[in-house]
Design a binder for this molecule. Structure first.
Ligand SMILES: Cc1cc2nc3c(=O)[nH]c(=O)nc-3n(C[C@H](O)[C@H](O)[C@H](O)COP(=O)(O)OP(=O)(O)OC[C@H]3O[C@@H](n4cnc5c(N)ncnc54)[C@H](O)[C@@H]3O)c2cc1C
Length: 411
Protein backbone atom coordinates (compact mmCIF):
# COMPACT_ATOMS: atom_id res chain seq x y z
CA UNK A 1 0.00 0.00 0.00
CA UNK A 2 1.12 3.54 -0.63
CA UNK A 3 1.32 5.93 2.30
CA UNK A 4 -2.05 7.60 1.61
CA UNK A 5 -3.64 4.25 1.06
CA UNK A 6 -2.71 3.08 4.51
CA UNK A 7 -4.99 5.81 5.86
CA UNK A 8 -8.58 5.32 6.90
CA UNK A 9 -11.01 8.08 5.99
CA UNK A 10 -14.00 8.69 8.23
CA UNK A 11 -17.13 10.54 7.05
CA UNK A 12 -18.83 12.13 10.07
CA UNK A 13 -17.39 13.58 13.25
CA UNK A 14 -20.22 12.51 15.54
CA UNK A 15 -19.45 10.28 18.53
CA UNK A 16 -19.23 7.10 16.43
CA UNK A 17 -16.90 8.59 13.80
CA UNK A 18 -14.68 10.14 16.46
CA UNK A 19 -14.52 6.95 18.51
CA UNK A 20 -13.71 4.81 15.46
CA UNK A 21 -10.98 7.26 14.47
CA UNK A 22 -9.55 7.32 17.99
CA UNK A 23 -9.40 3.53 18.25
CA UNK A 24 -7.69 3.30 14.85
CA UNK A 25 -5.20 6.09 15.52
CA UNK A 26 -4.30 4.55 18.88
CA UNK A 27 -3.49 1.33 17.00
CA UNK A 28 -1.06 3.23 14.76
CA UNK A 29 -3.35 3.64 11.74
CA UNK A 30 -3.49 7.13 10.20
CA UNK A 31 -7.02 8.58 10.11
CA UNK A 32 -8.68 11.63 8.57
CA UNK A 33 -12.16 12.61 9.73
CA UNK A 34 -14.46 14.89 7.70
CA UNK A 35 -17.26 16.70 9.50
CA UNK A 36 -19.77 19.02 7.83
CA UNK A 37 -20.32 21.22 10.88
CA UNK A 38 -17.71 23.76 11.90
CA UNK A 39 -17.62 22.43 15.47
CA UNK A 40 -19.15 19.76 17.72
CA UNK A 41 -22.91 20.12 18.18
CA UNK A 42 -24.20 20.42 21.73
CA UNK A 43 -27.90 19.73 21.25
CA UNK A 44 -29.21 17.28 23.87
CA UNK A 45 -29.51 13.77 22.45
CA UNK A 46 -28.33 10.41 23.82
CA UNK A 47 -26.81 10.18 27.30
CA UNK A 48 -27.24 6.64 28.65
CA UNK A 49 -24.05 4.60 28.32
CA UNK A 50 -24.55 0.93 29.14
CA UNK A 51 -22.08 -1.49 30.79
CA UNK A 52 -21.47 -3.37 27.50
CA UNK A 53 -20.43 -0.09 25.87
CA UNK A 54 -18.37 1.07 28.84
CA UNK A 55 -16.33 -2.11 28.30
CA UNK A 56 -15.53 -0.96 24.76
CA UNK A 57 -14.85 2.64 25.79
CA UNK A 58 -12.62 1.28 28.55
CA UNK A 59 -9.99 0.46 25.92
CA UNK A 60 -9.07 4.16 26.01
CA UNK A 61 -7.31 4.95 29.31
CA UNK A 62 -9.20 7.40 31.50
CA UNK A 63 -12.16 7.81 29.14
CA UNK A 64 -14.80 6.06 31.25
CA UNK A 65 -13.48 7.82 34.35
CA UNK A 66 -13.81 11.19 32.58
CA UNK A 67 -17.35 10.32 31.47
CA UNK A 68 -18.22 9.54 35.08
CA UNK A 69 -16.62 12.82 36.19
CA UNK A 70 -18.51 14.96 33.65
CA UNK A 71 -21.68 12.85 33.72
CA UNK A 72 -23.62 10.91 36.34
CA UNK A 73 -23.10 7.37 37.59
CA UNK A 74 -26.62 5.91 37.71
CA UNK A 75 -26.61 2.21 38.66
CA UNK A 76 -30.36 2.03 39.33
CA UNK A 77 -33.36 2.22 37.03
CA UNK A 78 -37.07 1.94 37.75
CA UNK A 79 -40.36 1.09 36.05
CA UNK A 80 -43.50 2.88 37.15
CA UNK A 81 -47.19 2.48 36.37
CA UNK A 82 -48.11 6.11 35.85
CA UNK A 83 -51.93 5.97 36.31
CA UNK A 84 -51.72 4.24 39.70
CA UNK A 85 -48.45 5.89 40.75
CA UNK A 86 -47.10 2.42 41.64
CA UNK A 87 -43.42 1.63 41.40
CA UNK A 88 -43.45 -1.70 39.58
CA UNK A 89 -39.79 -2.69 39.65
CA UNK A 90 -36.33 -1.43 40.46
CA UNK A 91 -33.07 -2.81 39.06
CA UNK A 92 -29.55 -2.22 40.35
CA UNK A 93 -26.60 -2.84 38.04
CA UNK A 94 -24.46 -3.73 41.05
CA UNK A 95 -25.84 -7.25 40.47
CA UNK A 96 -23.62 -7.43 37.37
CA UNK A 97 -20.37 -7.26 39.36
CA UNK A 98 -19.39 -10.78 38.24
CA UNK A 99 -20.30 -10.09 34.60
CA UNK A 100 -18.44 -6.90 33.80
CA UNK A 101 -15.81 -4.51 35.07
CA UNK A 102 -18.45 -1.77 34.68
CA UNK A 103 -21.55 -2.77 36.67
CA UNK A 104 -23.32 0.56 36.19
CA UNK A 105 -24.71 3.00 33.68
CA UNK A 106 -23.13 6.39 33.09
CA UNK A 107 -25.41 9.19 31.96
CA UNK A 108 -22.99 11.32 29.95
CA UNK A 109 -24.48 13.64 27.37
CA UNK A 110 -23.45 12.74 23.84
CA UNK A 111 -21.74 16.09 23.24
CA UNK A 112 -19.57 15.60 26.33
CA UNK A 113 -18.52 12.12 25.20
CA UNK A 114 -17.76 13.54 21.74
CA UNK A 115 -15.68 16.31 23.32
CA UNK A 116 -13.68 13.79 25.37
CA UNK A 117 -13.05 11.75 22.22
CA UNK A 118 -12.08 14.80 20.16
CA UNK A 119 -9.60 16.04 22.78
CA UNK A 120 -7.87 12.65 22.77
CA UNK A 121 -7.89 12.41 19.00
CA UNK A 122 -6.33 15.85 18.63
CA UNK A 123 -3.42 14.72 20.81
CA UNK A 124 -2.46 11.98 18.33
CA UNK A 125 -0.04 12.85 15.48
CA UNK A 126 -1.60 10.37 13.03
CA UNK A 127 -5.13 11.80 13.35
CA UNK A 128 -6.59 14.72 11.37
CA UNK A 129 -10.05 16.12 12.05
CA UNK A 130 -11.35 18.43 9.36
CA UNK A 131 -14.42 20.38 10.47
CA UNK A 132 -16.36 22.35 7.86
CA UNK A 133 -15.62 19.56 5.38
CA UNK A 134 -18.56 17.81 3.78
CA UNK A 135 -18.21 14.53 1.93
CA UNK A 136 -20.08 14.96 -1.36
CA UNK A 137 -19.16 11.86 -3.37
CA UNK A 138 -17.28 8.60 -3.00
CA UNK A 139 -15.69 6.11 -5.39
CA UNK A 140 -13.62 2.99 -4.89
CA UNK A 141 -11.25 0.80 -6.89
CA UNK A 142 -9.10 -2.22 -6.16
CA UNK A 143 -6.51 -0.19 -4.24
CA UNK A 144 -8.54 2.25 -2.21
CA UNK A 145 -11.31 4.80 -1.87
CA UNK A 146 -11.53 8.33 -3.28
CA UNK A 147 -13.66 10.75 -1.34
CA UNK A 148 -14.71 14.12 -2.73
CA UNK A 149 -14.93 16.70 0.01
CA UNK A 150 -16.16 20.29 -0.04
CA UNK A 151 -14.32 22.50 2.44
CA UNK A 152 -13.71 26.22 3.02
CA UNK A 153 -11.05 26.22 0.27
CA UNK A 154 -13.20 24.46 -2.30
CA UNK A 155 -13.53 20.87 -3.37
CA UNK A 156 -10.79 18.25 -3.17
CA UNK A 157 -10.38 14.50 -3.48
CA UNK A 158 -8.89 12.49 -0.61
CA UNK A 159 -7.53 8.99 -0.97
CA UNK A 160 -7.54 6.27 1.65
CA UNK A 161 -7.45 2.51 2.04
CA UNK A 162 -10.93 2.36 3.59
CA UNK A 163 -13.82 4.71 4.27
CA UNK A 164 -15.92 4.50 7.41
CA UNK A 165 -19.39 5.98 6.87
CA UNK A 166 -20.31 7.34 10.30
CA UNK A 167 -22.34 10.15 8.80
CA UNK A 168 -25.60 9.62 10.66
CA UNK A 169 -29.07 8.38 9.77
CA UNK A 170 -29.25 10.21 6.43
CA UNK A 171 -25.81 8.85 5.48
CA UNK A 172 -24.61 9.98 2.07
CA UNK A 173 -22.07 7.16 2.23
CA UNK A 174 -24.78 4.53 2.64
CA UNK A 175 -26.88 6.03 -0.14
CA UNK A 176 -23.89 6.36 -2.48
CA UNK A 177 -23.24 2.64 -2.07
CA UNK A 178 -26.85 1.88 -2.94
CA UNK A 179 -27.39 0.12 0.38
CA UNK A 180 -31.03 -0.20 1.44
CA UNK A 181 -32.19 1.09 4.83
CA UNK A 182 -35.19 -1.10 5.42
CA UNK A 183 -37.56 -0.79 8.33
CA UNK A 184 -40.22 1.70 9.27
CA UNK A 185 -40.87 5.14 10.74
CA UNK A 186 -43.04 5.56 13.83
CA UNK A 187 -46.10 7.71 13.08
CA UNK A 188 -45.81 9.57 16.37
CA UNK A 189 -42.94 11.99 16.91
CA UNK A 190 -41.13 12.05 20.23
CA UNK A 191 -41.11 15.28 22.22
CA UNK A 192 -38.38 16.00 24.75
CA UNK A 193 -38.46 18.66 27.47
CA UNK A 194 -35.47 19.51 29.62
CA UNK A 195 -36.20 21.00 33.04
CA UNK A 196 -34.25 21.78 36.21
CA UNK A 197 -37.21 20.41 38.24
CA UNK A 198 -35.73 17.73 40.52
CA UNK A 199 -37.92 14.66 40.01
CA UNK A 200 -35.93 12.73 42.63
CA UNK A 201 -36.33 15.23 45.47
CA UNK A 202 -39.78 16.33 44.33
CA UNK A 203 -41.33 12.98 43.35
CA UNK A 204 -39.04 10.17 44.47
CA UNK A 205 -38.13 9.05 40.93
CA UNK A 206 -34.62 7.77 40.34
CA UNK A 207 -32.42 9.31 37.60
CA UNK A 208 -33.55 6.70 35.03
CA UNK A 209 -37.29 6.12 35.33
CA UNK A 210 -39.66 4.61 32.78
CA UNK A 211 -43.40 5.28 33.05
CA UNK A 212 -45.95 2.96 31.45
CA UNK A 213 -49.25 4.59 30.61
CA UNK A 214 -51.86 3.43 28.10
CA UNK A 215 -52.60 7.04 27.17
CA UNK A 216 -49.08 8.50 27.08
CA UNK A 217 -45.86 6.88 28.30
CA UNK A 218 -42.80 8.80 29.49
CA UNK A 219 -39.07 8.32 29.95
CA UNK A 220 -37.63 10.57 32.62
CA UNK A 221 -33.91 10.77 33.20
CA UNK A 222 -31.32 13.02 34.68
CA UNK A 223 -28.16 14.49 33.14
CA UNK A 224 -25.49 16.43 34.97
CA UNK A 225 -25.47 19.36 32.47
CA UNK A 226 -23.08 22.04 33.76
CA UNK A 227 -22.81 20.41 37.17
CA UNK A 228 -25.03 19.99 40.22
CA UNK A 229 -27.98 20.08 40.53
CA UNK A 230 -28.23 18.91 36.87
CA UNK A 231 -31.21 18.75 34.55
CA UNK A 232 -34.00 16.25 33.91
CA UNK A 233 -35.20 15.22 30.49
CA UNK A 234 -38.69 13.89 29.85
CA UNK A 235 -39.55 12.11 26.60
CA UNK A 236 -43.20 11.63 25.49
CA UNK A 237 -44.92 10.38 22.33
CA UNK A 238 -47.02 12.94 20.48
CA UNK A 239 -50.12 12.79 18.36
CA UNK A 240 -49.05 12.41 14.73
CA UNK A 241 -51.59 14.90 13.38
CA UNK A 242 -50.94 17.88 15.66
CA UNK A 243 -48.83 20.61 14.00
CA UNK A 244 -45.34 21.12 15.45
CA UNK A 245 -45.99 24.75 16.45
CA UNK A 246 -48.97 23.65 18.52
CA UNK A 247 -47.07 20.80 20.25
CA UNK A 248 -44.15 23.07 21.07
CA UNK A 249 -46.15 26.05 22.36
CA UNK A 250 -45.57 27.09 25.98
CA UNK A 251 -49.16 26.28 26.86
CA UNK A 252 -48.99 22.78 25.34
CA UNK A 253 -45.65 22.03 27.00
CA UNK A 254 -46.99 23.01 30.42
CA UNK A 255 -50.24 21.17 29.84
CA UNK A 256 -48.40 17.95 28.94
CA UNK A 257 -46.04 18.13 31.90
CA UNK A 258 -48.82 19.00 34.35
CA UNK A 259 -51.02 16.22 33.00
CA UNK A 260 -48.27 13.68 33.54
CA UNK A 261 -46.58 15.08 36.62
CA UNK A 262 -49.22 17.32 38.28
CA UNK A 263 -47.67 20.09 40.38
CA UNK A 264 -48.62 23.36 41.98
CA UNK A 265 -46.47 25.59 39.78
CA UNK A 266 -45.39 25.75 36.12
CA UNK A 267 -42.31 23.77 35.10
CA UNK A 268 -39.27 25.71 33.97
CA UNK A 269 -38.39 24.25 30.56
CA UNK A 270 -34.90 25.10 29.30
CA UNK A 271 -34.97 23.04 26.11
CA UNK A 272 -37.64 21.45 23.95
CA UNK A 273 -37.21 19.22 20.96
CA UNK A 274 -39.47 17.25 18.63
CA UNK A 275 -38.06 14.48 16.47
CA UNK A 276 -39.05 11.61 14.21
CA UNK A 277 -37.83 8.12 15.09
CA UNK A 278 -37.31 5.12 12.87
CA UNK A 279 -36.50 1.43 13.17
CA UNK A 280 -34.15 0.69 10.29
CA UNK A 281 -31.06 -1.41 9.60
CA UNK A 282 -28.80 -1.10 6.54
CA UNK A 283 -28.94 -4.03 4.12
CA UNK A 284 -25.18 -4.43 4.56
CA UNK A 285 -22.61 -2.71 6.79
CA UNK A 286 -19.98 -3.25 4.08
CA UNK A 287 -19.61 -2.39 0.41
CA UNK A 288 -16.05 -3.31 -0.56
CA UNK A 289 -13.75 -0.76 1.06
CA UNK A 290 -16.63 1.16 2.62
CA UNK A 291 -17.89 0.24 6.09
CA UNK A 292 -20.93 1.71 7.84
CA UNK A 293 -21.17 2.35 11.59
CA UNK A 294 -23.54 4.04 14.03
CA UNK A 295 -26.73 5.71 12.86
CA UNK A 296 -25.56 5.36 9.26
CA UNK A 297 -26.02 1.61 9.75
CA UNK A 298 -28.98 1.39 12.14
CA UNK A 299 -31.53 3.61 13.86
CA UNK A 300 -34.09 2.86 16.56
CA UNK A 301 -36.35 4.55 19.07
CA UNK A 302 -34.57 5.92 22.16
CA UNK A 303 -36.46 3.85 24.79
CA UNK A 304 -33.75 1.93 26.58
CA UNK A 305 -31.00 4.19 25.18
CA UNK A 306 -29.55 1.72 22.68
CA UNK A 307 -28.86 3.68 19.49
CA UNK A 308 -25.60 5.40 20.30
CA UNK A 309 -24.53 2.43 22.42
CA UNK A 310 -24.88 0.18 19.39
CA UNK A 311 -22.85 2.63 17.32
CA UNK A 312 -20.01 2.79 19.84
CA UNK A 313 -19.99 -1.01 19.95
CA UNK A 314 -19.77 -1.02 16.12
CA UNK A 315 -16.72 1.24 16.40
CA UNK A 316 -14.94 -1.14 18.78
CA UNK A 317 -15.63 -4.14 16.55
CA UNK A 318 -14.69 -2.35 13.32
CA UNK A 319 -11.43 -0.87 14.61
CA UNK A 320 -10.23 -4.32 15.68
CA UNK A 321 -11.13 -5.80 12.28
CA UNK A 322 -9.43 -2.98 10.33
CA UNK A 323 -6.32 -3.38 12.48
CA UNK A 324 -6.28 -7.11 11.73
CA UNK A 325 -6.62 -6.51 7.97
CA UNK A 326 -4.33 -3.48 7.65
CA UNK A 327 -1.57 -4.30 10.11
CA UNK A 328 -1.70 -8.05 10.69
CA UNK A 329 -2.43 -9.43 7.23
CA UNK A 330 -5.81 -10.88 8.11
CA UNK A 331 -8.02 -11.97 5.22
CA UNK A 332 -10.38 -9.49 3.59
CA UNK A 333 -13.30 -11.64 4.81
CA UNK A 334 -12.55 -10.30 8.30
CA UNK A 335 -14.48 -7.22 7.23
CA UNK A 336 -17.41 -9.39 6.17
CA UNK A 337 -17.37 -10.66 9.72
CA UNK A 338 -17.79 -7.07 10.96
CA UNK A 339 -20.90 -6.79 8.81
CA UNK A 340 -22.20 -10.15 9.96
CA UNK A 341 -21.58 -9.63 13.67
CA UNK A 342 -22.80 -6.10 14.06
CA UNK A 343 -25.69 -6.37 11.61
CA UNK A 344 -27.09 -9.53 13.16
CA UNK A 345 -26.93 -7.99 16.62
CA UNK A 346 -28.63 -4.81 15.37
CA UNK A 347 -31.45 -6.90 13.90
CA UNK A 348 -31.76 -9.62 16.51
CA UNK A 349 -31.22 -7.54 19.56
CA UNK A 350 -31.42 -3.74 19.31
CA UNK A 351 -34.41 -3.61 16.98
CA UNK A 352 -36.45 -6.19 18.87
CA UNK A 353 -35.54 -4.85 22.32
CA UNK A 354 -36.34 -1.21 21.55
CA UNK A 355 -39.65 -2.12 19.89
CA UNK A 356 -40.53 -4.35 22.89
CA UNK A 357 -39.57 -1.52 25.26
CA UNK A 358 -41.97 0.84 23.51
CA UNK A 359 -44.76 -1.75 23.37
CA UNK A 360 -44.43 -2.41 27.08
CA UNK A 361 -44.70 1.27 28.03
CA UNK A 362 -47.69 1.96 25.76
CA UNK A 363 -49.64 -1.32 26.28
CA UNK A 364 -53.35 -0.52 26.40
CA UNK A 365 -54.92 -3.87 27.30
CA UNK A 366 -55.42 -3.88 31.11
CA UNK A 367 -54.68 -7.61 31.46
CA UNK A 368 -51.54 -7.43 29.35
CA UNK A 369 -50.40 -4.40 31.34
CA UNK A 370 -50.84 -6.28 34.60
CA UNK A 371 -49.00 -9.31 33.20
CA UNK A 372 -46.11 -7.06 32.14
CA UNK A 373 -45.93 -5.49 35.57
CA UNK A 374 -46.09 -8.85 37.37
CA UNK A 375 -43.34 -10.21 35.17
CA UNK A 376 -41.11 -7.18 35.74
CA UNK A 377 -41.70 -7.33 39.50
CA UNK A 378 -40.90 -11.05 39.57
CA UNK A 379 -37.71 -10.56 37.58
CA UNK A 380 -36.61 -7.69 39.83
CA UNK A 381 -37.25 -9.80 42.94
CA UNK A 382 -35.13 -12.72 41.70
CA UNK A 383 -31.39 -11.87 41.58
CA UNK A 384 -30.64 -14.54 38.96
CA UNK A 385 -33.38 -13.35 36.60
CA UNK A 386 -32.61 -9.68 37.33
CA UNK A 387 -28.99 -10.28 36.41
CA UNK A 388 -30.03 -11.89 33.11
CA UNK A 389 -32.43 -9.01 32.43
CA UNK A 390 -29.75 -6.37 33.02
CA UNK A 391 -27.15 -8.27 31.00
CA UNK A 392 -29.58 -7.83 28.13
CA UNK A 393 -30.72 -4.25 28.75
CA UNK A 394 -27.14 -3.26 29.58
CA UNK A 395 -26.02 -4.58 26.17
CA UNK A 396 -23.50 -7.02 27.61
CA UNK A 397 -25.22 -10.00 25.99
CA UNK A 398 -25.28 -8.27 22.60
CA UNK A 399 -21.55 -7.64 22.81
CA UNK A 400 -20.85 -11.27 23.75
CA UNK A 401 -23.27 -12.51 21.11
CA UNK A 402 -21.60 -10.41 18.39
CA UNK A 403 -18.18 -11.78 19.30
CA UNK A 404 -19.47 -15.35 18.97
CA UNK A 405 -21.01 -14.92 15.49
CA UNK A 406 -19.05 -16.57 12.70
CA UNK A 407 -19.16 -16.09 8.94
CA UNK A 408 -20.92 -19.43 8.60
CA UNK A 409 -23.90 -18.28 10.61
CA UNK A 410 -26.87 -17.56 8.38
CA UNK A 411 -27.90 -13.91 8.32
C1 LIG B 1 -32.75 14.94 17.32
C2 LIG B 1 -32.21 13.67 17.88
C3 LIG B 1 -32.43 13.37 19.21
C4 LIG B 1 -31.96 12.18 19.74
N1 LIG B 1 -32.21 11.89 21.04
C5 LIG B 1 -31.79 10.72 21.54
C6 LIG B 1 -32.07 10.36 22.87
O1 LIG B 1 -32.71 11.11 23.61
N2 LIG B 1 -31.59 9.18 23.35
C7 LIG B 1 -30.89 8.32 22.54
O2 LIG B 1 -30.48 7.23 23.00
N3 LIG B 1 -30.61 8.63 21.28
C8 LIG B 1 -31.04 9.80 20.75
N4 LIG B 1 -30.78 10.09 19.47
C9 LIG B 1 -29.96 9.16 18.69
C10 LIG B 1 -28.47 9.41 18.93
O3 LIG B 1 -28.25 10.80 19.01
C11 LIG B 1 -27.69 8.76 17.80
O4 LIG B 1 -27.83 7.35 17.94
C12 LIG B 1 -26.22 9.17 17.77
O5 LIG B 1 -26.08 10.53 17.50
C13 LIG B 1 -25.47 8.36 16.71
O6 LIG B 1 -24.15 8.82 16.58
P1 LIG B 1 -23.44 8.83 15.16
O7 LIG B 1 -22.07 9.35 15.41
O8 LIG B 1 -23.62 7.50 14.51
O9 LIG B 1 -24.27 9.83 14.28
P2 LIG B 1 -24.46 11.41 14.45
O10 LIG B 1 -24.39 11.80 15.87
O11 LIG B 1 -25.68 11.76 13.68
O12 LIG B 1 -23.18 12.01 13.75
C14 LIG B 1 -23.03 12.00 12.35
C15 LIG B 1 -22.15 13.17 11.99
O13 LIG B 1 -21.87 13.11 10.60
C16 LIG B 1 -21.91 14.41 10.06
N5 LIG B 1 -22.18 14.28 8.62
C17 LIG B 1 -23.33 13.90 8.04
N6 LIG B 1 -23.19 13.86 6.71
C18 LIG B 1 -21.90 14.21 6.46
C19 LIG B 1 -21.16 14.36 5.26
N7 LIG B 1 -21.70 14.12 4.05
N8 LIG B 1 -19.86 14.74 5.35
C20 LIG B 1 -19.29 14.97 6.55
N9 LIG B 1 -19.97 14.87 7.73
C21 LIG B 1 -21.25 14.50 7.67
C22 LIG B 1 -23.01 15.09 10.84
O14 LIG B 1 -22.86 16.50 10.80
C23 LIG B 1 -22.81 14.52 12.23
O15 LIG B 1 -21.97 15.31 13.02
C24 LIG B 1 -31.24 11.27 18.92
C25 LIG B 1 -31.02 11.59 17.58
C26 LIG B 1 -31.50 12.76 17.06
C27 LIG B 1 -31.25 13.05 15.60
Amino acid sequence: MTRTESRVLVAGGGPVGLFTALLLARRGIAVRVFETFTELQDDPRAATTHPGTLEVLGEVPGLVEDMARFGLVTPIFQFWDRPSGRRVAEFDHALLAADTAYPTVIQCEQFKTARLLLDRLRALPNAEILFDHEVTAIAQDADGVSVTVRGPDGEGVHRGAFLVGADGGRSLVRKSCGIAFDGFTWPERFIVFTTPFDFEAGRGYCPRSYFADPAEWCNCFKVSADGPPGLWRTVFPTDSTTPEAELMSDAAVQERLQRFFPGDRPYEVVHRNLYVTHQRVAGSFRAGRVLLAGDAAHVNNPIGGMGLNGGLQDAGNLAAKLEAVMLEGAADSTLDLYDRQRRLVALEFVQSQTIANKNRLEEKDPEARERNFEELAEIAADPVRARGFMRRTGMIDSQRRAAAITLDEAS
